[in-house]
Design a protein around this ligand. Structure first.
Ligand SMILES: NC(=O)c1ccc[n+]([C@@H]2O[C@H](COP(=O)([O-])OP(=O)(O)OC[C@H]3O[C@@H](n4cnc5c(N)ncnc54)[C@H](OP(=O)(O)O)[C@@H]3O)[C@@H](O)[C@H]2O)c1
Length: 314
């Protein structure tokens, strides 16, 4: 135990970090141990991680001193931010800065930053194809992460480009919904372009693959995905898995932006970015690379086989 390398994991009770903690604990001879960072060591999820063998440590990104303390003595850290908890790009950048500074202070040997593109490099604010949001962003939850890449400069960092979780059908209201015609449909503003998806739990497994091979990945950007599928292909897979017809309802991004739920405008711009730059976006998230990092990488069909009963049919 004492000679094992400690990986400190932000968001350990969540989707990305939780996948990494479990990947570390499921490989007892892998040479790593997991330090699960949470704001509440007494939550059910935190207790479950402790039971599985993780060291559970309290820290809060709103309290940079607690993060500094939580990173001390670790070999590496998995850094992720939580945009949908606060909807603030500025807060996301402040949180990334707190983690980068704590990693420097602790002299960590390998940092993984779970990031996304700063879409303003593709769609400058002057480009009116999509509205500018929150004053200076096109896709706030992407742009803030991409902008925050700079705060990790000088660290032994791997930039991990994640992508759309299929789990959004369970937790994020993106599953099949009954339309006015009484038929179930999934709705995306993607036309016939591909949605680059992944099982959320596979992100942490890929991160574990990166930690296991530092010489290959430090200083690099790596994009991952489980499958690149059109809305029609996703609807066909859902139809097969759920045993009832699920249609694909393609809407224009402008319609999606005006759906009115919190974050709809941000997500409408995100899907438009996926669609307008699909060759880049798919190319940056190579399936073979993801499978090499995580040989158990799930396809949409295999994810559905395990999760179909958890998808609410509204
Ligand atoms: N949904 C998607 O399709 C998708 C795709 C790509 C990227 N992303 C990005 O993924 C990120 C979220 O990651 P996730 O899905 O793994 O999160 P998640 O499952 O929603 O988990 C939330 C985690 O946030 C932790 N947390 C919240 N505020 C915190 C704070 N102030 N200090 C420390 N920990 C805090 C919580 O831990 P405790 O409650 O235990 O403290 C919890 O573990 C977002 O930034 C999002 O943009 C999402």
């Amino acid at each position: 135990m004492a000679d094992k390398k400690i990986i400190a994991v932000m968001g350990a009770t969540g989707a990305q970090g939780g996948g990494l903690v479990r990947a570390i604990l499921n490989d007892p001879n892998g040479g790593f141990t997991a330090r699960a960072i949470t704001r509440d060591v007494n939550s059910d999820k935190a207790k479950e991680l402790a039971k599985l063998g993780a060291e559970v440590v309290a820290a809060d990104l709103d309290d940079p001193a607690s993060i500094k303390k939580a990173f001390q003595g670790a070999y590496g850290v998995f850094c992720v931010t939580f945009f949908w908890n606060h909807f603030s790009p500025e807060k996301e950048i402040a949180h990334a800065t707190a983690m980068a500074q704590a990693a420097k202070h602790a002299g960590l040997k390998h940092v993984i930053w779970s990031t996304l593109e700063d879409t303003r490099k593709w769609v400058p604010l002057s480009d009116n194809r999509m509205p500018t949001l929150q004053g200076k962003y096109k896709v706030p939850h992407f742009d803030a992460k991409g902008e925050a890449d700079a705060v990790f400069a000088g660290l032994p960092v791997t930039f991990l480009l994640t992508t759309f979780y299929w789990d959004n059908a369970i937790y994020f209201g993106m599953g099949p919904k009954k339309g006015a015609d009484g038929k179930f449909a999934i709705t995306f503003p993607m036309g016939d372009k591909k949605i680059v998806g992944i099982a959320a739990g596979d992100i942490g497994k890929c991160a574990y693959g990166i930690f296991k091979n530092p010489s290959q990945w430090i200083g690099k950007t790596v994009g991952i995905a489980g499958e690149h599928l059109t809305g029609a292909q996703m609807a066909a897979a859902l139809t097969k898995a759920l045993g009832q017809e699920i249609r694909y309802n393609a809407v224009p991004p402008e319609v999606y932006r005006n759906f009115g739920f919190p974050g709809a405008r941000d997500l409408g711009n995100m899907f438009q970015f996926y669609q307008d730059f699909d060759e880049y976006f798919c190319g940056a998230r190579n399936l073979d690379v993801a499978r090499a990092l995580n040989p158990a990488l799930q396809t949409f069909d295999s994810w559905l086989a395990q999760n179909k009963t958890r998808i609410p049919l509204e």
